[in-house]
Design a binder for this molecule. Structure first.
Ligand SMILES: [Zn+2]
Length: 395
């Protein structure tokens, strides 16, 4: 059955917002037509009219479905080192409670208007859920080890996981966890696999200040945490530079690259990274940053410098919910100078591009099946999100 859906404004994303825009879709959700109402809309037979704005399905570029069972288990504002210690202590749980929580999280993302997810996996426990999900998942198979001698073994384990996903018809990449947890040997294996297979890279970046200290001088909270846990840090060289500048040369220049968090990334880091990577995306997860470090990245700086930004929820271990709209509301609250059109673009088209999904998702264009969301209870006169703003899936 063909549906015609309209609202006060339609946001195609690749083009200007359309006042009283109408979108026509077929029974599969494929867009057949986009138009603007020229007169009274009550004359259009079968038209569904909504109060608010229509946006395409949202893209969550950073999530960890497999640790959804840790919701509300980790105290807030402990800093990243506190968070890592807690996660390691609480990660153990029986498979049933892990999968139950992951399934619930997957369904909640669907209700929150999310259509595709870049999801970190350290094991295969969430694979079946991803296979059965209504959402489109790209799995980032994350590896780490401070021991150079274990690089090949960890990489081989990830290859096994990658093959499992291939059998399930799901896409994936093998990615480094973070600058402070991956040795040059491991970067080398990941980098050549990425280049040969044209994969997407994702890496946690500058989530804590001590990540920069770690590379500058092997000092600070993060270095101390590892030292006190008995790890040998000799495998990772000190460079006297920030972590991002230190590791970016170990990653391929032309691969699509998603840097996640960027809480302690400065102007010089942005200049260097955008000069090096040809396909760079900065994934912001503001609610998780507030939860863990109680600090936000300088998002207006990234915007001013013309960077491509995407949004992520991170995991339920560091967030109250998996909702891209809630991430947008947080950015809007702290940085009201960023126009809402931009936020919507970060939440849709930029995310779809970063995950190689823009032929289907991310914008209202004829032939795409991007999903349709209504954002309502917004201040439509001034284009402002309000605390009570909500999202509703229409398709
Ligand atoms: Zn993460």
């Amino acid at each position: 059955m063909i549906r015609k859906i309209a609202a006060h404004y339609l946001y195609p994303i690749h083009d200007k917002p359309i006042k009283n825009g109408i979108i026509t879709i077929d029974e599969t959700g494929k867009i057949l037509d986009i138009s603007q109402s020229s007169g009274s809309m009550d004359r259009i037979a079968g038209l569904e009219f909504y109060s608010g704005i229509l946006v395409p399905g949202l893209i969550n570029t950073h999530c960890h479905l497999e640790i959804s069972h840790l919701k509300s288990m980790i105290p807030m504002h402990t800093g990243l080192t506190g968070f890592i210690s807690q996660i390691n202590r609480s990660r153990q749980a029986d498979a049933e409670s892990i999968t139950r929580a992951a399934r619930r999280a997957d369904i909640s993302m669907h209700y929150n208007g999310i259509v595709a997810v870049g999801d970190i996996s350290n094991n295969d426990i969430s694979f079946e859920i991803k296979k059965e999900s209504k959402l489109n998942y790209h799995s980032f198979l994350e590896i780490f080890s401070l021991n150079p001698a274990l690089a090949q073994e960890k990489f081989n384990q990830a290859i096994v996981l990658e093959n499992k996903l291939k059998h399930l018809n799901l896409t994936s990449s093998i990615v480094p966890h973070a600058p402070y947890s991956v040795t040059p040997e491991m970067f080398k294996l990941i980098s050549s696999h990425t280049s040969v297979n044209k994969k997407i890279i994702s890496i946690h970046n500058q989530e804590t200040k001590s990540e920069n200290d770690f590379y500058r001088s092997k000092s600070g909270e993060l270095a101390n945490l590892f030292k006190s846990a008995g790890f040998d840090l000799d495998g990772i060289p000190s460079t006297g530079k920030n972590s991002l500048e230190s590791i970016m040369v170990r990653l391929p220049k032309s691969a699509k690259t998603i840097l996640v968090h960027n809480t302690f990334t400065d102007k010089q880091d942005i200049e260097q990274a955008s000069g090096y990577f040809k396909n760079l995306y900065w994934a912001m997860c503001p609610n998780a940053n507030l939860y863990i470090e109680n600090k936000l990245p300088d998002i207006p700086l990234f915007y001013k410098m013309g960077q491509k930004i995407t949004l992520g929820t991170d995991s339920l271990a560091s967030n109250q919910q998996l909702s891209i709209l809630e991430e947008m509301k947080t950015i809007h609250q702290f940085f009201p100078q960023i126009p809402i059109n931009e936020l919507i673009k970060w939440a849709t088209l930029n995310g779809a591009e970063a995950l190689n999904l823009s032929s289907k998702f991310g914008s209202f264009e004829i032939g795409k099946t991007p999903g349709i969301n209504l954002i309502h209870h917004i201040d439509i006169q001034n284009f402002k999100l309000k605390p009570e703003t909500q999202i509703k899936r229409l398709n």
